[in-house]
Design a protein. Structure first.
Length: 645
């Protein structure tokens, strides 16, 4: 446990020339019940599907059915496969007015068959089944209607399925897509060309390019059945900030008080925010700050941005610090800095009344300007009455990881990471400029090892070259050792990343250096895999994640109660006041914004539900692999001398 004045700096750098050499031949906290949220409400980025029901969709597809019947069948099948927490709507054009009525009526034929909201498979399936193809093709107007039907300013997507080009211009469909992109609404537009002509293909490609999305071609129903679920899954997994709304302050005096739980704020360029913590003597506080980096932030330049987290006392003496630095040459889905302290453990950082503060500073470059969402995770850990000891075994890196792959798409954030409860081999598709998240529940006495493999694309070229990164985070988002990160250049050929492993989880591991020190908390461990944007228009990459969970569940540490706090690891303190006493839910947690309400920042659903009593970081753990970086990137982390408060 770090107790006074240490400082860490994490650097994310990119070596472009190394990647070019590879291409040319010249010398990447909570327990399951808390963080991942069984309810799944508000869990994913909203998606509006736009379906072509113009007269041409009555033509037969290569399989013999009408294209309309084929599209409806594929769409209904996909609805059955979507995760329960998906937020999906449907707009249909051309389904109400016959083409013979002419453009004046048919070009206004744009209907919301189902608004964006919680997935209602039965109602949406019924709506799809009733669609008939008969009219014109008002794509531009439909894109505008789809954008208007999506909620908020958070990342969201439109997915258009069409067999033809715009027939109702003006407005031209591509012009509308460009207008929506320039409006800065965090909107991504994907398109699928279903048995299209050359002109239609060009227009759909233009829409996807303007909307920072992907165009795919489906010449028949079988291809549509492959591409529609894949693109929809990708659109659903944008990183969505989630938690209890809170507003940090510029000085410690007015800082809002945080209990264990997850919170969400927004922080501007080059700003500093304070948040209060009441930590009784002997209690450990684990705190993480995660800055969300939108995918349209892009990459390029020689500057760098950073997220700095410090735990300080009232006099600004530093208890712990961590800084995550990103080169502008890379894009990363998030920056996360994690800090820990045990109150009253000595050193220059101390507080007689138990008041401490989280100081979050955001340093920005020209590329990373403006407000960004910020997640704050707080967990309390009481002391133990006896030494739990370190893991009796070292890190186990098995020779053979499990086979027989199972398709299991990853989530788009820590909050909606896909659970991997058992050893196995899991496959997914990873897009350039995308991060995917998995969580692995680990009980006391269990450890894990995993390996990420990328498949072959079109072969090595500058278009297929990007940095691939995988990282492992513990339940309180600590990722402080280089052994839990692996990053290299992916050039389009099959690539096996190094195995990442941690020992079996024991509280005593915190006294160890390196990766073993991360494995000191039972709960969800996160695997993040991120692939940086490429230099060209390249499709997704096949990804395989081989996971082995080992060790037998062991007894938990003998935690002791402090004040009125329970003798257990606490992630959610909704039933407590800042002194540990039972609360009716109107206590001091995040009162500055709206009490115990879900954040309007979130469309992803905080897997943190406010309960009537303190929750425990249980035996489930989330594992996330983040593949991040650009051309030939490497992750380099170094420790530094203590920084000032």
């Amino acid at each position: 446990m770090r107790s006074c004045n240490p400082g860490r700096v994490r650097h994310r750098l990119t070596a472009v020339t190394a990647a070019v050499g590879l291409v040319t031949g010249v010398a990447a906290v909570p327990a399951a019940a808390q963080q991942t949220g069984e309810s799944g409400e508000d869990a994913m980025a909203p998606v509006m599907l736009v379906l072509d029901a113009s007269e041409s969709m009555t033509d037969p597809d290569p399989g013999g059915r009408s294209k309309m019947d084929a599209a409806k069948s594929v769409l209904i099948d996909m609805l059955e496969q979507l995760p329960d927490e998906a937020e999906v709507g449907l707009i249909v054009y051309g389904s109400e007015v016959d083409a013979a009525e002419g453009p004046e009526l048919s070009c206004e034929d744009i209907a919301t068959a189902f608004p964006v909201g919680p997935l209602d498979r039965e109602a949406m399936t019924s709506a799809v089944a009733d669609i008939e193809a008969r009219g014109w093709t008002p794509i531009g107007g439909s894109l505008r209607a789809a954008a208007d039907g999506l909620p908020g300013e958070e990342p969201r997507s439109i997915l258009l399925i069409s067999d033809g080009a715009e027939t109702c211009a003006p407005p031209e469909a591509c012009d509308v897509a460009e207008d929506l992109e320039q409006a800065g609404t965090k909107l991504t537009m994907h398109t699928i060309g279903f048995d299209v002509t050359t002109d239609a293909r060009r227009e759909l490609e233009c829409i996807a390019e303007a909307g920072n999305g992907e165009y795919v071609e489906a010449p028949d129903a079988e291809a549509l059945d492959d591409e529609l679920p894949r693109l929809t899954e990708s659109a659903l997994r944008s990183y969505e900030a989630s938690g209890i709304p809170v507003t940090g302050t510029e000085a410690v005096d007015d800082a809002p008080a945080l209990l264990p739980g997850q919170y969400v704020d927004s922080v501007n360029s080059d700003a500093t925010r304070y948040y209060g913590l009441r930590v009784p003597e002997g209690m450990a506080a684990h705190v993480a700050a995660t800055l969300i980096r939108p995918s349209d932030e892009g990459a390029g330049g020689t500057a760098a941005s950073y997220l700095d987290a410090k735990l300080v006392d009232r006099d600004h003496d530093q208890c712990d610090s961590d800084r995550s630095i990103d080169s502008d040459m890379t894009w990363n889905a998030h920056n996360t800095a994690s800090v820990s302290m045990r109150a009253g453990s000595g050193g220059s950082c101390s507080s007689e009344d138990g008041h401490y503060y989280l100081r979050v500073e955001r340093g920005s470059s020209e590329r990373a300007l403006g407000e960004r969402d910020l997640e704050i995770l707080v967990a309390f850990e009481p002391p133990t009455s006896e030494d739990h000891g370190p893991s009796p075994e070292g890190i186990d890196e098995p020779d053979d990881l499990p086979g027989e792959p199972e398709r299991l798409p990853g989530g788009g954030s820590f909050n909606v990471a896909t659970e991997l409860a058992d050893s196995g081999t899991y496959v997914d598709e990873l897009h350039y400029g995308e991060a995917i998240f998995y969580r692995v529940p680990l009980e006391w006495g269990q450890g894990l090892a995993y390996q990420v493999t990328l498949g072959d694309t079109a072969g090595p070229s500058l278009d297929t070259t990007a940095n691939i990164t995988t990282e492992l985070y513990n339940p309180v988002r600590d990722n402080s050792d280089v052994a839990t990160r692996n990053s290299t250049a992916y050039t389009g050929n099959v690539l096996d990343l190094d195995v990442i492993a941690i020992p079996t989880v024991y509280a005593g591991n915190r006294s160890l250096r390196g990766a073993p020190g991360m494995a000191a908390l039972a709960g969800d461990y996160y695997i993040v895999v991120q692939l940086n944007p490429s230099g060209g228009d390249v499709g997704p990459v096949d990804m395989t994640l081989a996971l082995q969970i080992y060790g037998d569940p062991a007894d938990p540490p003998a935690y002791t109660s402090i004040d009125h706090y329970p003798a257990t690891l606490m992630y959610d303190g909704a039933g407590l006041t800042d002194g540990g006493e039972a609360s009716d839910g109107t206590g001091s947690v995040a009162e500055a914004e709206s009490g115990h309400q879900r954040s309007e920042h979130s469309t992803s659903g905080s897997r943190v539900e406010l309960l009537s009593d303190a929750r425990v970081l249980g035996a489930a753990g989330t594992f996330v692999v983040l593949l991040a970086g650009t051309i030939g990137g490497i992750w380099w982390w170094a420790r530094r001398l203590p920084a000032g408060g």
